[in-house]
Design a protein around this ligand. Sequence first.
Ligand code: SF4
Length: 180
Amino acid sequence: MRTWELRYTASSDIMEWEQDAAKELERVPEHVRSMAKMGIETSAAKKGKTIVTIDDVKEAERQFMALMVKDEKTTKIAVVRCDIVSEVCPGVACFKAFNKRKVHFSEYGEAEIIGFFTCGGCPGRRVHRLVESLLKHGLDVIHLSSCMLMERGYPRCPHIDEIKQNILKKGVKVVEGTHH
Ligand code: SF4
């Protein structure tokens, strides 16, 4: 029982789907189904297969669930920083503080940075849009980078309160500072 559909994988090999495998795939939510399908086919192709079976789909499901369990325990962090300062700062100190769990990152256990972006210029026009986008990836907390807060070297961001309120309104926690 096979050949629900023919398609080409990234490696241009023909990949077929057994019917029960295809049926199982239909249980995956529609908005991520094509991505799941591509992942399953790529994984099957790597094993030298040209037919996707129910076992391939179940294996992908198990891997996904394992990832989700780990994901639930992981705090997802994004850092927003000053667009003007980003001209001269690649963000090394922010990442160092996170990687070593220092200063404003010292409280985190299992955590990952899922976004690192500039505000888009005064008055922080890009923040709203990117926070919306990161929420789809499970964003928990936004750090306002230290360059937005410093009183010396760079001027403190005059729009910081507005930026902070806009993030809070979306139900995302805000931490002021990264490495200072
Ligand atoms: S809004 Fe604030 S953080 Fe963004 S560019 Fe202007 S001063 Fe920098």
